[in-house]
Write a protein that binds this ligand. Structure first.
Ligand code: SF4
Length: 615
């Protein structure tokens, strides 16, 4: 087996309680690496098996026994000195919030420690008849009773399980009450502070009655060419240190450094995307967080960047001793888009999301949509049950978090996400989502490329599928004009393909501020022992992206779903640097499809052949 892998995938059928392992398939690993790529390939095999039995994937219930959940690491995970090597990817055939392919990844420690426990990945099938957790210790796997854990929040679950299992390199990924209650925006949460967070992966875990997976062990991850790897890793880590974002901005201010930067570009969505200029941005900025809330910094396992924060609210109604983050996206979703400038409330709400296991991006966006519906008089007062969701009402926003996790009062509507909620109240146009997934914190009227990326991202409104903000705003690897559509199709395609490779390697996307395809080719060649070129790095990503798109087609998604909310296509930005701009999506999309070799958003047989995708 090539370096970078510990060599086996664990398969657990929770219905039959059967546990087995299968070796990593080297041919598949060469073509799809690990992480997202290996997981997509595995899911496609399930899809083919179902089709062979006459079961259409369209008929699969995301919360039913036929849905499959994959946890996957890659050849970079758990390798000391590989840049930011802590991550794991979670994928599912069908996500509860969107009905699209479900995909998310997280840092922390769990991904690396999964490998140290002796497994490259885990495939979960079936549904347990009572709550269980999985224990993976030194190459052995067991299904154990989780009756005592059911109902506990993510932090208590983690602490209790660590107390039971103990041992070296022990880490827990789990769900909170939101996952147990099958909330479609429930996350999978690891190490108390990192989450695979979008489209309801935690609800899939909850539907399988799988409360947690604890991993522990000290197996080494082999490196094929240690001398060569040492040299390449030193060079890459040096580049990460020297880079203005990974060596300075992120370590100093965390991801919240983006609040002022994006607001100055006129692209920080405010009050449910009615404008991209937030007059109160300074009060919720990374600089304010660092000055008034920061307790200490923290880093995921093996990461030299260390963008994590631990904050504290010292007094007042939202007082809290220590809380993770909050990250840029959460400050925006629970703050800016809700018209809230009270950072105390944002820190508290974000902490509650982590404890209860909710996705703050989808939740904050759904609350913001509710605020606009409410202010426009579209929600009968009695439906709100006293929850006065109006822009700027911080107390109501915090209250809405736990109501959502437990589906209490108006929480049962919030729990369904903004798309369903806005449809229910007759105004689907107020849901700022793509393919049912709430978009993150960048208004594409001021950053055109990210609009094309949102529209064409397979999993829906997602920034980390193709983060064009890097060239468009940050100026890395080169500065391009955010307000033009010219050349954006090419940028989006390349960044989406490269990102797919990074998410399959799998290490932190933030490294791409400093590292390019050549660095990845060198790192992966040294770790695996395969001779990888820059072209191969992009081709692997393109292959993964296209196979994912094939699955999306089988799920019923088509070109019409590659779009944006009408507000972004028709309502010009009212103020700021992007004043007067809309997103000229169709023009960019046509060019993008051509570059991808897709017709009407679907990969052609020639394209699939070129990428050696076996259907
Ligand atoms: S850059 Fe931040 S999110 Fe990425 S691995 Fe490092 S600490 Fe974790």
């Amino acid at each position: 087996m090539a370096g970078g892998y510990v060599g086996k995938i664990l398969k657990v059928d929770l219905t039959t309680k059967n546990i087995s392992t299968e070796p990593i398939n080297e041919e598949v690993a060469k073509k799809y690496l690990g992480g997202k790529g290996y997981a997509v390939h595995l899911l496609y095999q399930y899809l083919k098996e179902y089709e062979g039995k006459g079961v259409s994937i369209k008929d699969i219930d995301p919360l039913g026994s036929r849905n499959v959940l994959v946890f996957a690491t890659g050849p970079g995970t758990g390798v000391p000195r590989f840049p930011s090597p802590s991550r794991y990817h979670v994928m599912t055939l069908k996500a509860p919030l969107t009905g699209s392919i479900g995909s998310g990844n997280a840092g922390g420690e769990w991904g690396a420690f999964l490998k140290f426990s002796g497994f490259d990945g885990i495939v979960i099938e079936g549904v347990a008849d009572a709550p269980v957790y999985l224990a993976l210790v030194d190459g052995k796997a067991e299904i154990r009773d989780a009756g005592e854990l059911w109902g506990k929040n993510t932090m208590d679950t983690t602490r209790v399980l660590k107390g039971i299992v103990g041992g070296k390199n022990t880490s827990v990924t789990c769900i909170g009450p939101a996952g147990e209650n099958l909330i479609p925006m429930a996350v999978v949460m690891n190490d108390e502070y990192r989450a695979a967070g979008r489209a309801g992966l935690g609800a899939v875990m909850g539907s399988k009655k799988l409360k947690a997976i604890i991993v522990s062990g000290d197996k080494d991850v082999p490196v094929a060419k240690p001398e060569e790897f040492r040299k390449v890793a030193d060079k890459c880590l040096g580049a990460v240190k020297k880079n203005s974002v990974t060596g300075e901005g992120l370590p100093t201010y965390g991801t919240a450094v983006m609040v002022n930067i994006i607001n100055n570009a006129g692209a920080l969505p405010y009050k449910n995307w009615q404008t991209g200029v937030n007059p109160d941005a300074e009060s919720i900025s990374g600089e304010t967080l660092a000055k008034e809330y920061l307790v200490r910094k923290r880093a995921c396992w093996g990461c030299t960047i260390g963008c994590g924060r631990i904050s504290s609210v010292k007094s007042g109604p939202f007082q809290i001793l220590t809380a993770e983050g909050p990250e840029y996206e959460c400050i925006w979703s629970l703050g800016s888009t809700c018209g809230i400038k009270d950072l105390d409330a944002i820190v508290k709400a974000h902490h509650l999301c982590n404890e209860l296991g909710l996705d703050p991006i989808s939740l904050g966006s759904t609350i913001a949509a509710t605020m606009e519906l409410n202010e426009r008089g579209y929600i009968p007062e009695e439906d709100l049950r006293g929850l006065d969701l109006k822009f700027g009402n911080a107390a109501a926003m915090v209250e809405a978090v736990w109501r959502t996790a437990y589906k209490v009062g108006f929480g049962k509507y919030l729990a369904s996400g903004s798309k369903k909620l806005c449809e229910l109240y007759g105004h689907p146009e107020l849901s700022m989502s793509v393919k049912g997934l709430e978009m993150p914190a960048y208004d594409p009227r001021g950053i055109k490329g990210i609009g094309l990326n949102y529209a064409t991202a397979n999993r829906g409104g997602c920034h980390v599928t193709g983060y064009t903000v890097s060239p468009e705003i940050v100026g890395l690897p080169q500065k391009i004009d955010p307000l033009t559509t010219e050349g954006k199709a090419q940028w989006v395609k390349i960044i989406q393909d490269f990102t797919s490779t990074v998410n399959s390697t799998i290490n932190c996307l933030f490294t791409t501020f400093a590292l390019g395809t050549k660095d990845y080719a060198d790192l992966l060649s040294a770790v695996t022992g395969w001779d990888m070129s820059e072209d191969e790095i992009l081709k692997i990503g393109e292959r993964i992206y296209n196979l994912e798109r094939v699955i999306m087609g089988k799920l019923g998604f088509s070109e019409k779903d590659d779009t944006l909310p009408s507000r972004l296509l028709r309502e010009p930005m009212p103020e700021g640097p992007a004043k007067g701009h809309i997103v000229e999506l169709e023009k960019m999309k046509e060019e993008y499809y051509k570059l991808r070799g897709w017709v009407n958003g679907v990969p052609t047989p020639e394209k699939l052949r070129e990428l050696e995708i076996k259907l």
